[in-house]
Design a protein around this ligand. Structure first.
Ligand SMILES: Nc1ncnc2c1ncn2[C@@H]1O[C@H](COP(=O)(O)OP(=O)(O)OP(=O)(O)O)[C@@H](O)[C@H]1O
Ligand SMILES: [Mg+2]
Length: 523
């Protein structure tokens, strides 16, 4: 490998300022044909901004872009597309009420004639096959899982002839299995000479997917490495600027009273199909119970049933032994339940409100925020300052509208609010999704701190490492039922994997201490 390649893309000295923020500070980037570049950095480091500059959504204040050696003026995504550059955004941009095929040709104004949907469908099937991106061209977007929607986004770019693909945290919403498949798709593309820029917070993926790594810190390029010459530890250190411990110290679990009890719960999903099918589960104060499982096996409905957002069609929900079956969300909040939802941008935050207002949204009924029925703006600010500092939320001011924060920092704000408001049970759905390594570490610490304060935590996660590190017991969900519960000290990835695939725990030929009976005996 001594041949000298010329880059297909060069960004030189890119600078982008927002009010109060230097998002990109003279950043250089090179991308070679047939290679994958991983772009890393903490939440708010400027990764999405740099890519938005590349596809013409933002105009840089300084700097130049060269594509195939020629100076490029990119004023819009259309200009970018004409140069073969396409991006899959952190939040998808598909039209839900249209079909896959319609979404793919939507806005393609340079078509010589209006193609028949049949021709389009054929072409889509052809590309699907070549890249192993299976989707039905006639399906409506709303019928597809997040993973399938992402395939559509990628198909759309390839259909339009993209040679340079930008994927902004594509795996944050994928199951480990789907991430693996995506790695395969990228491999086929790079073998054909296409290139990709790949943003992720997961170090294993950097090692698996990429050829080169560039690290941003506070808007500046701080390191360039060949993937084969670096390690997850070094990359984490380069991003955060300090050594990151991938280990957490955890005190022994001392479960107290029963906080949550689900008895034979049944519930339907949005399409009216059974999602929970006779689920029973108990959580005590002072313990973290993890829910493992491939996404789409009823985890979301479970969290919604517990937080009062979805009605049960059978069974009962008790919170601190009080029957809370089909109570409204406000009563559930009053019973001491906090919720970190999976869809944080949609459900967790109000984009046009200030960071500070988003932070107090839950505590606003109480002193010291409200005294004698009057809102205290100073108290709100004081509280916001405290939260911003504690959770290291990167925002120019507490008054900044939350939609201007980076994806990860919006998440941190919601986490801060919910963890702070928790008084009994914390329902955390994929809490570290989209967070950088440092923030992930702090979130895990905070969940452990809640546990030490005697709260019960229901932790839904796809990350088995995360569950094994911080959960006390792990319940595996499959098709709306619990396949078994194991003490995490006795659990291993293989056993959990088998249960996630639908093997009942009692059918496993492994001897594991009966975590279920010991813990229910203590309650
Ligand atoms: N439209 C905007 N208006 C004002 N500030 C913005 C805007 N977009 C981004 N910023 C700011 O620019 C900085 C970089 O944000 P960016 O979204 O590029 O970060 P990121 O590296 O993608 O982070 P994450 O990992 O959280 O997605 C942040 O401080 C953010 O608040
Ligand atoms: Mg981003």
């Amino acid at each position: 490998m001594n041949e000298v390649k010329t880059p297909i893309l060069e960004m030189q000295g890119i600078t982008k300022r927002f009010p109060g923020v230097l998002a990109n500070d003279h950043v250089d980037l090179e991308l070679y044909p047939g290679e994958v570049l991983a772009l890393l950095g903490e939440n708010g480091a400027g990764k999405s901004t740099l890519m938005n500059v590349l596809v013409g959504l933002y105009r840089p204040d300084e700097g130049e872009i060269y594509v195939r050696g020629k100076r490029a003026e990119i004023h819009s995504p259309k200009d970018a597309a004409a140069l073969g550059i396409g991006m899959v955004h952190q939040n998808f941009m598909l039209v839900k009420t249209m079909t896959v095929a319609e979404n793919i040709i939507l806005g393609m104004s340079d078509l010589p004639f209006v193609p028949s949907m049949e021709t389009v469908g054929k072409r889509i099937t052809e590309i699907s096959k070549r890249y192993n991106l299976q989707v039905d061209p006639n399906a409506y977007i709303w019928q597809l899982s997040v993973g399938e929607q992402q395939r559509v986004e990628i198909l759309k770019l390839v259909y339009r002839g993209a040679e340079i693909l930008i994927l902004d945290e594509p795996t944050a919403v994928l199951t480990p299995q789907e991430s693996h498949e995506l790695a395969g798709v990228l491999k086929v593309m790079t073998d054909e000479g296409k290139s990709a820029i790949f943003i992720t917070h997961k170090m294993e993926e950097v090692m698996e997917f990429s050829d080169w790594v560039r690290v941003l810190q506070h808007g500046k390029l701080v390191a360039v490495r060949r993937t084969q010459d670096t390690s997850p530890q070094e990359l984490a250190r380069l991003m955060v600027g300090r050594e990151v411990l991938f280990r957490l110290d955890k005190a022994a679990c001392t479960p107290t009273e029963t906080i949550l009890e689900l008895q034979d719960v049944h519930a339907d999903d949005d399409k009216g199909l059974p999602a929970l099918r006779g689920l029973s589960l108990t959580i005590h104060g002072g313990e973290i119970v993890g829910i493992a499982g491939v996404a789409g096996n009823g985890q979301r409905q479970l969290s919604e049933v517990v937080t009062g957002l979805r009605r049960v069609t059978g069974g009962q929900v008790f919170i601190r032994r009080k029957d809370m079956t089909n109570q409204n969300p406000l009563s559930v909040i009053k019973a001491g339940v906090s919720h970190i939802p999976a869809d944080r941008i949609g459900m967790g935050a109000v984009g046009n409100m200030a960071v500070s207002e988003n932070l107090v949204m839950k505590g606003y009924r109480e002193a010291p925020i409200v005294i004698n029925g009057v809102l205290r703006p100073n108290r709100i600010l004081e509280f916001a300052h405290k939260m911003i500092e504690m959770f290291r939320i990167a925002t120019p001011t507490p008054q900044t509208r939350i939609k201007f924060l980076s994806g990860g920092n919006i998440q941190k704000a919601i986490l801060a609010r919910e963890i702070d408001a928790c008084d009994g049970l914390l329902v955390a759905v994929y809490p570290s999704r989209g967070l950088d390594v440092g923030a992930t570490e702090s979130v895990r610490r905070m969940l452990l701190a809640q546990r030490e304060e005697g709260m019960g935590v229901l932790l839904i996660s796809e990350d088995l490492e995360e569950l094994l590190t911080i959960a006390d017991r792990i319940a595996v969900m499959f098709e709306g039922q619990i396949m078994g519960v194991v003490a995490s000290d006795d659990a291993d990835v293989e056993t959990l994997g088998l249960m996630m695939a639908g093997v009942k725990r009692e059918d496993l030929a492994v001897e594991i201490e009966d975590a279920v009976s010991t813990s229910t005996a203590s309650s």
